[in-house]
Design a protein around this ligand. Structure first.
Ligand code: ATP
Length: 228
């Protein structure tokens, strides 16, 4: 059975409809890339999954209807979000940011520090003083500290220097290889997404227009819907 199942998802911002029928499924241990040009509904889909905006359609995690739950309960059920813009508590230290998110499980301060050694050296620093790359590591660390079953990274490497981007991709690969967490990835780099993802789901104008194994994603489909 799928861990996450989304079927016919619709959502609107006021009078403007943004999602018109998003379908996707994610299984445990699977990495899924959510792709599409700008403004096609990727972030809105993620917000709907996390119950940060209202939506309709089928939305279940492990068979439980997420539409009945507020966002904090969705997080407690095991959905860890690394939002676009990586919001951390700027005035708290790295350690405090991580502890504030902690729930029991295999992810602890120690295991996050092992995944991101750069954070280990900065546990006592305020989040505001970190570089963009370190802040993204902290945002991922915070999501992991909730011990999620599904980790969602919205714009995983946006605005980061190439060397830091490589560190983030390496961390995603380690999560894939060494843990059973399901991962939903949004990023502009199709090449990196293709290397790490098992599956792709492509959105156009708020709808799923293609989904399948990453190996079936041809250059023609990419060019048509993703713009590369
Ligand atoms: P990007 O890659 O640019 O982040 P996206 O695929 O994540 O794009 P969304 O941000 O989900 O796309 O946007 C989907 C549609 O909803 C777009 O038409 C966008 O203009 C609209 N939209 C997004 N956020 C809001 C908002 N807060 N209020 C009104 N409309 C919005």
């Amino acid at each position: 059975m799928s861990l996450l199942s989304v079927e016919g998802l619709t959502a609107r911002y006021g009078s403007s409809q943004a999602l018109f029928g998003v379908d996707l499924t994610i299984a445990t241990g699977e990495v899924t890339a959510l792709m599409g040009r700008n403004g096609m509904g990727k972030t809105t889909t993620v917000k709907a999954i996390c119950r940060l905006i209202r939506s309709a359609g089928r939305l279940t995690l492990d068979g439980a209807d997420l539409h009945c739950l507020p966002s904090h309960k969705v997080a407690r059920m095991g959905v860890g979000l690394v939002p676009e813009g990586r919001r951390c508590f700027a005035d708290l230290t790295v350690r405090e940011n991580l502890i504030a998110a902690a729930r029991p499980g295999e992810w602890t301060l120690k295991s996050v520090a092992q995944l991101f050694p750069a954070l280990a050296e900065r546990m006592a620093q305020r989040a505001a003083s970190l570089s963009g790359g370190e802040q993204q590591m902290l945002a991922i660390g915070r999501a992991l500290m909730t011990n999620p079953r599904l980790l969602i990274l919205d714009e995983a490497t946006e605005g980061l220097a190439p060397i830091v981007r490589q560190e983030i991709w390496a961390a995603v690969r380690r999560l894939k290889e060494e843990t059973g967490v399901a991962i939903l990835l949004i990023d502009k780099s199709v090449k990196e997404l293709a290397q790490v993802s098992d599956k792709a789901v492509i959105l156009a104008r708020g709808k799923t227009v293609w989904s399948g194994p990453m190996t079936d994603l041809t250059p023609e489909i990419s060019e048509r819907y993703v713009g590369v």
